[in-house]
Ligand binder design. Structure first.
Ligand SMILES: Nc1ncnc2c1ncn2[C@@H]1O[C@H](COP(=O)(O)OP(=O)(O)OP(=O)(O)O)[C@@H](O)[C@H]1O
Ligand SMILES: [Mg+2]
Length: 253
């Protein structure tokens, strides 16, 4: 069993990285072997995993200097492994396009991903070549979404892109689900948008709601996941529940 899951939404700040890191930590806590790939030049997932800047070997080193994926992989402060990212990934994005090397990540991961039960890929807030690489190689995409007025715009575009790639037989990727993040049900608009989502995407919306929880926001500054930082917090419990729901969706089909 191996599943590659892209965490994507071209809208910024919707909780992609928080979801990638805490899902990786939650899945790892079930003794599954997890690889997290930080494909965002911001490198936020790497910082949240406790990786020091100077120690990072990224997919850039793999692409330009033939460093093996094994040698790029590090242990996180949680129980998952990580291939970190940093601003060098901007050059990788350009190189893949210039070299006409679309699908590079799929080829690179082919012999490596089977060492893991799940590979989670954190993507940047744009539909650029790095995100497309993640969508190409993923078997499923998870879309974090904040329940706000503009949040549905863009998601349709992302879904369309996945469908187009899939129809052209370029990927077997499918949308695994939409995760509602930073939920505050005291907010009437959030409630309305959340209900709209349930109506329009009833099969896709995860039941688990990720609440707005300060512990999830504090954890990255300590270089650990919210799961390890404060296991009893609402945020940690929500991500553990989301991992359970994901496992049921992915493994029991
Ligand atoms: N459930 C939550 N409760 C409280 N704060 C949260 C929660 N989820 C995310 N945050 C905070 O919101 C901000 C944006 O989250 P995050 O970095 O995960 O989003 P992102 O989609 O990865 O952003 P980008 O598009 O820049 O990559 C961060 O400061 C994060 O700590
Ligand atoms: Mg991010």
């Amino acid at each position: 069993m191996n599943k590659i899951i892209a965490i994507a939404n071209q809208k910024g700040g919707v909780g992609k990285t928080t979801t990638a890191v805490n899902l990786a930590a939650s899945l790892a806590s079930t003794k599954r072997k997890i690889l997290l790939i930080d494909l965002d030049p911001q490198g936020n997932a790497s910082t949240a995993a406790g990786i020091e800047g100077a120690n990072r070997k990224t997919l850039c080193d793999h692409y330009f200097d033939q460093v093996s994926l094994e040698d790029c992989t590090q242990s996180s402060t949680d129980d998952y492994k990580i291939i970190p990212g940093d601003e060098g990934l901007i050059a990788l994005e350009v190189a893949i396009r210039n070299d006409n090397n679309q699908g590079f990540l799929t080829k690179s991961l082919a012999d490596f991903e089977n060492k893991f039960d799940y590979t989670i890929i954190d993507t940047p807030p744009t539909l650029n070549q790095l995100t497309i690489e993640a969508l190409f190689c993923a078997s499923g995409t998870l879309i974090p979404l904040q329940c706000e007025y503009y949040s549905l715009e863009g998601v349709a575009g992302l879904m369309q892109t996945i469908e187009t790639l899939s129809n052209k037989n370029m990927t077997s990727n499918r949308v695994l689900g939409i995760v509602r993040t930073m939920v505050d049900m005291r907010n009437n608009l959030a409630k309305e948008v959340s209900e709209e989502l349930e109506k329009h995407f009833s099969n896709l919306v995860f039941n688990t709601l990720i609440p707005r929880n300060i512990k999830l926001a504090e954890a990255p500054s300590h270089g650990i996941s919210g799961i390890k930082y404060m296991p009893n917090s609402y945020g940690a419990k929500a991500y553990l529940a989301l991992a359970g729901e994901l496992i049921r969706r992915v493994e029991y089909v």
